[in-house]
Design a protein around this ligand. Structure first.
Ligand SMILES: Nc1ncnc2c1ncn2[C@@H]1O[C@H](COP(=O)(O)OP(=O)(O)O)[C@@H](O)[C@H]1O
Ligand SMILES: [Mg+2]
Length: 290
């Protein structure tokens, strides 16, 4: 099967300092020689501390920013070679969910339009037909019909993230970049949102690039894990193996820092994770190799 995403030799630097004439005199290498593959229906977790380059990778994959060099292919197409219209149609199949749902949703739009807009833009749907689809999605993410005419400010962070997920689902995506999607939420709410992401993956076969600074969250969701440090992937592998036998000193330190890391087989018996996360689908705890 064609991988959903294939990245190789990706580089991106940002201007870090300019002189008085505005010339860049120093650059930050945000991403250096990054490469990975994401197979259909699976999750690649990217973990690393703030500033490691995780968000930059997510944006480069969707071509929200341009890479300095390297290749990105999505669904077998060279993303960096696409024309604007081709990129737009690709974006239907690939979505992004951000850390802060308050700033990622338009505060002037009621939820009916927040979730309905992609149906209008991509499928020309309006009126009752559109409302029907919107409601279907809202109910799927645990929201109700009486939420339709409310504004984003009327919801909690967890509810807003559900709404953002509903909006992302409107284009029926095959791939979603989730950039710290629960970092701004209470721990009790985090579990619900992560379980929703897991359920949606099981139902729809969506692939995720799941970005987090929190290894215990990555552990919960990812089939494969890439550990980033200062712009580079220092270790990458099957999640189960990486947690059982971390090789790189930085990975070892991250794994050791998980408060009460439990082996996955305990989770398979339904033991709650330290953060209170309980897998939605016990069968998922088996290793899914990719
Ligand atoms: N738009 C930008 N302009 C300049 N520097 C940036 C920009 N975005 C990110 N950086 C820098 O690139 C590096 C990686 O950032 P980022 O990808 O946001 O890391 P992470 O998501 O892992 O926290 C950091 O040093 C950051 O300061
Ligand atoms: Mg980030």
């Amino acid at each position: 099967m064609t991988p959903v995403v294939e990245v190789s030799g990706l580089y991106k630097s940002y201007p870090a300092r300019r002189n008085m004439l505005g010339r860049v005199v120093e650059t930050t290498d945000a991403v250096r020689d990054v490469g990975f593959t994401i197979e259909p229906g699976t999750t690649l977790g990217i973990v690393g501390e703030t500033g490691a380059g995780k968000s930059t990778v997510g944006r480069l994959v969707l071509r929200l920013i341009e890479a300095d060099s390297g290749t990105v292919s999505m669904f077998g197409e060279d993303v960096r070679a696409l024309s604007a219209p081709q990129l737009r149609s690709l974006r239907r199949r690939a979505q992004m969910i951000f850390q802060d749902p308050f700033s990622s949703l338009d505060p002037r739009m009621v939820i009916r339009d927040v979730v309905g807009e992609p149906f209008t833009i991509h499928h020309g749907l309006r009126g009752e037909e559109r409302d029907h689809r919107v409601l279907e999605l809202l109910e799927r993410v645990g929201m109700r019909a009486d939420h339709l005419d409310r504004y984003p400010r009327e919801f909690s962070g967890g509810q807003l993230q559900r709404i953002a997920i509903a909006r992302a689902l409107a284009t029926d995506p095959d791939f979603i970049v989730c950039d710290e999607p629960v970092a701004a939420l209470d721990v009790s709410i985090q579990a619900q949102v992560l379980n929703l992401l897991l359920d949606l993956q099981a139902e729809r076969g969506i692939s995720y690039l799941f970005i987090s600074h929190d290894l215990s969250l990555v552990r919960f969701l990812a089939h494969r894990v890439a550990v980033m440090q200062r712009g580079e992937i220092v270790e990458m592998g099957d999640a189960e193996e990486l947690f059982a036998e971390p090789r790189h000193p930085y990975t070892k330190a991250l794994v050791a820092a998980i408060p009460t890391a439990r082996p996955r087989r305990e989770r398979a018996r339904g033991v709650a994770l330290p953060t209170g996360l309980v897998p939605a689908d016990p069968s998922r705890n088996g290793v899914v190799s990719c």
